[in-house]
Design a protein around this ligand. Structure first.
Ligand code: NAP
Length: 304
C-alpha cells in the first residue's frame, strides 16, 4: 500500500520548517519539500536583527540551517524536489514532484513570495548582467562600483544600506518624494555619506548592451529625463506571492495571497497556508513561524 504522510509541507522557509517542527514533535509523519535550500528569503538575508533571542542578530543562512536541523531532530524529513502539481481536494491530497508523487492527509503551503519585476524593457535579459533582486546575494559583484536601488519600502531601505557598505555610491530611486520604509531606516540612510536619492523618479530604460552601463530616469513630476551611470540596478519593489500551484484550488485575495486567517485554514479542509503566501498585515520571520506552529496545531486537531 502506498504510504500516506500525515503532513506534506511545500516550501522550506521559516513558516514551513516551524510547521515541520511542531508537527513532528506532535508525532505526525511529516515531509517538507523544498526546491533548493532551507530558509527561503531568510536564507538570502545577511544580518537578521529582528528575530528574538539573538541579541547580536543572526546570519540568515545560519538561522535557516538551525530551523531545518531542529525540525529534523524530531523526525521531519526534507525532500529536495520541484513540486509540479497539487491535488488538494478530498481527504487524500496528492503532491506531484519531478521526483515522484506523494500522498498526504494534510498539506501546508509555505511557498512564500518572489521579487516583483519592474516591468521595464529588457529587464529579464539583463538579469545577472547588472539587474538583480537581492543585494545580499549579488551585492559582492559591485564592490567599489556605483549601483541603484529601486523602491521605497523596508526591503529597498535595507538593500541600500547593505550596498552602501560595498559599493562606491548607492542611488535610491523612488517614485514618491518620501520613503514608505519604517522610521528606523531613515536616519542611517540620510546619514550614509555614499547614498543619494532620486525622488519622484522611475526607471524608463536600461542602458548598455551586454552589461548594464546606466539607466535612464524619468522625473514623474516634470517629465524630465536624466541618465544615471550605474553598473548595478537592484529592484526592490515588493514581492509577488508564489501561488501558481494553488491558484485554481484555493481562494486568493485581490493581491494574489492565499486567503487564510490566523488559524491558517484555507477554503479546503486539511490545507493550510503559512508565512508570506498568506493574507496578513505583517510579513516577517516571527509571523511566519507563528503561522507554522498554528498550522501544525490545526492539522493535529482536525485529524481526530
Ligand atoms: P513594500 O513595503 O510593499 O514596498 C514596495 C515599495 O516599492 C514601495 O515603496 C512602492 O512604492 C515601490 N513600488 C511598488 N511597485 C513599484 C513600481 N512598479 N515601480 C516603482 N516602485 C514601486 O515591499 P518590501 O519593501 O519588499 O517589503 C515587503 C514586506 O517585507 C513588508 O511587509 C516589509 O515591512 C517587510 N520587510 C521588513 C523588513 C524589516 O522589518 N527589517 C525588511 C524587509 C522587508 P509606493 O511607496 O509608491 O507604493
Amino acid at each position: 500500500m502506498e504510504k500516506i504522510y500525515d503532513m506534506i509541507i511545500v516550501g522550506g522557509g521559516p513558516g514551513g520548517y516551524t510547521a515541520a517542527l511542531y508537527a513532528a514533535r506532535a508525532g505526525l509523519d511529516v515531509m517538507l519539500i523544498e526546491r533548493l535550500s532551507a530558509g527561503g528569503q531568510m536564507n538570502l538575508t545577511g544580518q537578521i536583527d529582528n528575530y528574538p533571542g539573538f541579541p547580536e542578530g543572526v546570519d540568515g543562512f545560519q538561522l535557516s540551517y538551525n530551523m531545518q536541523q531542529q525540525a529534523e531532530r524530531f523526525g521531519a524529513k526534507t525532500k529536495y524536489a520541484e513540486v509540479l502539481k497539487l491535488e488538494l481536494e478530498g481527504e487524500e491530497k496528492t503532491v506531484v514532484t519531478n521526483e515522484g508523487e506523494y500522498l498526504a492527509k494534510s498539506v501546508v503551503i509555505s511557498t512564500g513570495a518572489n521579487p516583483r519585476p519592474l516591468g521595464v524593457a529588457r529587464e529579464h535579459e539583463m538579469i545577472g548582467r547588472g539587474v538583480g533582486y537581492c543585494a545580499h546575494c549579488d551585492g559582492g559583484f559591485y564592490r567599489g562600483k556605483t549601483v541603484a536601488v529601486v523602491g521605497g519600502g523596508n526591503s529597498a531601505a535595507a538593500e541600500a544600506l547593505y550596498l552602501s557598505r560595498i559599493a562606491k555610491e548607492v542611488i535610491l530611486i523612488h517614485r514618491r518624494d518620501s520613503l514608505r520604509a519604517t522610521q528606523i531606516y531613515h536616519k542611517p540612510l540620510m546619514e550614509a555619506p555614499n547614498i543619494r536619492f532620486a525622488w519622484n523618479s522611475e526607471v524608463a530604460e536600461l542602458l548598455g548592451e551586454d552589461l548594464l552601463e546606466g539607466v535612464k530616469l524619468r522625473n514623474l513630476e516634470n517629465g524630465g529625463e536624466e541618465v544615471l551611470e550605474v553598473q548595478g540596478l537592484f529592484v526592490s519593489i515588493g514581492r509577488k506571492p508564489a501561488t501558481d500551484l494553488v491558484k485554481d484550488q484555493l481562494t486568493l485575495d485581490d493581491a494574489g495571497y492565499i486567503m487564510a486567517g490566523e488559524n491558517t485554514k484555507t477554503n479546503l479542509p486539511g490545507v493550510y497556508a503559512v508565512g508570506d503566501v498568506r493574507t496578513k498585515e505583517l510579513r516577517q520571520i516571527v509571523t511566519a513561524v507563528a503561522d507554522g506552529a498554528m498550522a501544525a496545531h490545526m492539522a493535529e486537531q482536525e485529524r481526530h
